[in-house]
Write a protein that binds this ligand. Structure first.
Ligand SMILES: Nc1nc2c(c(=O)[nH]1)N[C@H]1C(S)=C(S)[C@@H](COP(=O)(O)OP(=O)(O)OC[C@H]3O[C@@H](n4cnc5c(=O)[nH]c(N)nc54)[C@H](O)[C@@H]3O)O[C@H]1N2
Ligand SMILES: Nc1nc2c(c(=O)[nH]1)N[C@H]1C(S)=C(S)[C@@H](COP(=O)(O)OP(=O)(O)OC[C@H]3O[C@@H](n4cnc5c(=O)[nH]c(N)nc54)[C@H](O)[C@@H]3O)O[C@H]1N2
Ligand SMILES: [Mo]
Length: 714
């Protein structure tokens, strides 16, 4: 019989090896087809296991090379208990972040709650996705802005004449979502096909192709130069909205002095940008004129802020949008939050669903926060003072790592540095369904149940459908849910009451459902009782359907284009373009590592939907570069720099900028005996430097490499 499964790659039915789409998914993703091969993957972890030399004498030197010994759950919990006591005050528990789903048993949430119940731990502030932007926005607007309710696609379709996508590939990045995606955005992208769409990217990405859009193919890491040169043009030709600038913007005069070159003698005009961006001046001018004459919205992806000085790329785009003066007008201006979560239309009167944390009383604990993506740095340099925003912080001394839902070796830039960093920890505990490199580098591995093997409750990303996640198949060997594992650890400290009032998953699922049901009842919206919901596996919340379109920044107060506090940090706040080359060693090509349509980060790389060329992750490059290196489609190439090397399979794509290699992030790290990754994990090559001290965030998209032919295709 068909059973419903809800996940971050979508909801779908599963019946004895067969997958079929969920009826309310408006365009089910191909990713759901990964499920059968994934649940039965040979790489799954079956039992709790402990690294042999850790078990015998706590030796760290064989981490990553050692064999694992099967232990009972009780033995594993006993050892974890002792290690937690030993490392108190030095435990890192961020568990960043995309494995699993659910309001009760999402690994990241469970581990964080467990550690807070036990007194606190070390966590990270902001995130890998938009770390630079999240830290920058309070200096520009009055709040973090990025994840606030977005101007939705419905409003854009109704109002915009020109949609400018900057480093954004929303039809790929909306395949997945934190909550269950229903892909309601497609119908709006169908409407957008009739508009004027322009993509600024390093290649003609999938979304651009879908919209049949115009492409401006840019030299990576130079978007702010392009955007600033348009500001100069608008200013000099009196084509900008003076009233908007006067009413809402501070710092414009300083910014103007910068783009006119009043202080440094360099006018930031089309000639200047053309040289930096490697785009013809006429193309930039044409874009500038269109922006000046059409009602537009700038849709920003996140890639351009996951770069050296990425904070300023967002600022440059905001400055341009401010000069265009559409911010706050229906469906126009600028938007940062259409990259995942679908967000076709805003649904009225949504009540917030609770989770394991919010359904129980809040726990206060002594937590320490480091900036996002600084774990490696903290492990290698405990007690080091680093500059962060306007202050100095001391990196904590980490002795124990506990990870659930996290793939550090594919998500953190500079994998070989990560390997060195991991040798510093005394103990590493990993809750994982699969034998990833993270699992291999751990001391204690605990097998985790996947969707379909545990009970939970989840909501769709548009908040219209509540899903019951059910156990629809037998236990996978000894795998348990993250919730069950964390509850067992809490219990070993006599803290399971604080963790979950001693309740089981299904009891908490019922509490969460009933809480939501009661909230809706206050608005005369009636949900079925829990048993009926659970029996059916999902419920569509009635009467929410009156969908409105929404535009943000209606209550805009101020945009600060050159915040003094940033200048006080030693960074030039009004110089919105900053060279990225200085961050890179002298290799000929930029490596860009976007998010793959075949994966959720590293997840699904071990499924049969993974797209490989000669068993390697594909690298996309254009024929000019291929000719230069005498390589052809399907050849295996080595991509390298001073940080390491990876092997990839060649795909020639004419649209890729001629100094760029595109290698999607997330291929599992599989080093040979010389440390060369046989599977093409992009982060072997990327730099772990910080974007700037404003955020100390990662710069995965600022990376240079070289390549050579490794093996010709037959
Ligand atoms: N299928 C799928 N969807 C996902 C994810 C996934 O792993 N798989 N991950 C999710 C998560 S957590 C996040 S944070 C988002 C990420 O969302 P984003 O950060 O927006 O996605 P990216 O794929 O990194 O980059 C988007 C586009 O920017 C382009 N780009 C890269 N460098 C530059 C540049 O210098 N200039 C310009 N103009 N363009 C550039 C890339 O070629 C790509 O087409 O995606 C989410 N959605
Ligand atoms: N080069 C480069 N690097 C990047 C980026 C980039 O654009 N380029 N993007 C960055 C961004 S935006 C992000 S968000 C990060 C993503 O980084 P992560 O969130 O670490 O990525 P995932 O690969 O999704 O890791 C999830 C892990 O959880 C495991 N898992 C699956 N289900 C469960 C479960 O139910 N329980 C538990 N305990 N584990 C489970 C999976 O097997 C996997 O190992 O990557 C970042 N890294
Ligand atoms: Mo992300």
């Amino acid at each position: 019989m068909k059973k419903l499964i809800a996940s971050r790659i979508g909801a779908f039915y599963y019946d004895d090896g067969e997958v079929s789409p969920f009826e309310f998914d408006e365009k089910a993703s191909h990713m759901i087809n990964s499920y059968p091969s994934r649940i039965n993957s040979a790489s799954r972890i079956k039992y709790p296991m402990i690294r042999k030399s850790f078990l015998t004498n706590k030796d760290k030197s064989l981490r990553g090379k050692d064999e694992f010994i099967r232990v009972s759950w009780q033995e594993a919990i006993n050892i974890i208990h002792e290690e937690i006591i030993k490392a108190k005050g030095h435990i890192y528990a961020e568990s960043y972040e995309w494995g699993g789903i659910g309001q009760v048993s999402w690994g990241r949430m469970c581990v964080q709650r467990l550690m807070r119940v036990l007194g606190g731990a070390i966590f990270e502030e902001n995130d890998y996705s938009t770390g630079a932007a999240l830290a920058m926005m309070p200096y520009v607007f009055s709040s973090k802005v990025v994840y606030e309710r977005p101007t939705d696609l419905k409003a854009i379709c109704n109002n915009a004449e020109l949609v400018l996508f900057i480093g954004a590939n929303p039809l790929v990045t909306n395949l997945i979502s934190h909550d269950v995606p229903l892909h309601e955005h497609y119908k709006y992208y169908e409407i957008l096909k009739n508009k004027n769409n322009i993509f600024i990217d390093v290649y003609a990405n999938e979304s651009s192709k879908f919209l049949n859009a115009k492409n401006i193919i840019i030299n990576p890491n130079t978007d702010s130069a392009l955007l600033i040169s348009i500001c100069t043009f608008l200013y000099e030709n009196n084509l900008y909205n003076k009233e908007f600038i006067k009413k809402y913007c501070t710092g414009f005069d300083e910014f103007k002095d910068y783009f006119l070159g009043n202080n440094d003698g360099v006018k930031k005009d089309f000639a200047w940008a053309s040289e930096i961006c490697k785009i013809e001046q006429s193309v930039i001018k044409n874009l500038a004129l269109q922006l000046a004459n059409k009602k537009s919205i700038l849709i920003l992806g996140r890639s351009i802020q996951r770069q050296a000085n990425g904070e300023f790329n967002y600022l440059a785009a905001i400055s341009l949008a401010a000069m265009l003066g559409h911010i706050g007008k229906d469906g126009l201006g600028i938007e940062f939050n259409l990259i995942s979560g679908c967000k076709g239309e805003s649904v009225k009167n949504v009540k917030k669903i609770k989770d394991l944390n919010s359904i129980f009383p809040k726990i206060t604990s002594n937590d320490i926060f480091i900036p996002t993506s600084r774990l490696q740095e903290a492990l290698l340099n405990p007690n080091k003072a680093i500059k962060y925003k306007e202050e100095e912080i001391i990196l904590p001394d980490i002795k124990l790592l506990i990870n659930a839902s996290s793939s550090f070796f594919t998500h953190q830039p500079n994998t070989n540095k990560s390997i060195k960093a991991y040798t510093k920890a005394d103990c590493i505990i990993c809750l994982e369904p699969f034998f990833t490199y993270d699992a291999k580098m751990s001391d204690i591995i605990l097998p985790v149940a996947l969707e379909g093997e545990r009970e939970d409750i989840a909501i769709s990303s548009n908040k219209e459908i509540i899903f019951a996640l059910k156990k629809i198949k037998d236990d996978f060997y000894e795998a348990k849910s993250d919730f069950q594992i964390c509850k067992m650890i809490a219990k070993s400290f006599n803290k399971s009451y604080e963790f979950c009032k001693n309740l089981d998953e299904l009891d908490i699922v019922e509490l969460i459902y009933d809480d939501l049901k009661n909230e809706y009842k206050k608005d005369n919206i009636y949900l079925p009782n829990f048993n009926e919901f659970y029996e059916k596996s999902f419920v569509k919340i009635p009467s929410l359907k009156e969908q409105e379109s929404y535009t943000r920044f209606k209550d805009l107060k101020n945009i600060n284009l050159a915040n003094e506090k940033i200048s006080k940090m030693g960074l030039n706040a009004y110089a919105h373009y900053k060279k990225a080359d200085e961050f890179c060693n002298n290799y000929p090509y930029f490596l860009v590592s976007p998010h793959s349509k075949y994966r959720l980060h590293s997840q699904l790389d071990n499924s049969d939907i993974a797209f490989k060329i000669n068993n390697k992750e594909p690298v996309y490059l254009n024929s000019k570069l291929a000719k230069k290196h005498k390589i052809k489609n399907n050849d295996i190439v080595k991509i390298f720099n001073h940080r390491g090397a990876v092997l990839c399979g060649v795909v020639i794509d004419e649209s890729v900028k001629d100094n760029v290699l595109i290698l999607h992030q997330g291929a599992w790290f599989m080093p040979d005996e010389n440390g060369i990754c046989q599977n093409g994990n992009a982060n072997v090559l990327t730099s772990s430097k910080i974007s700037s001290i404003i955020s100390c965030s990662n710069i995965a998209h600022t990376c240079k490499v070289d390549l050579s032919l490794f093996k010709s295709a037959e």
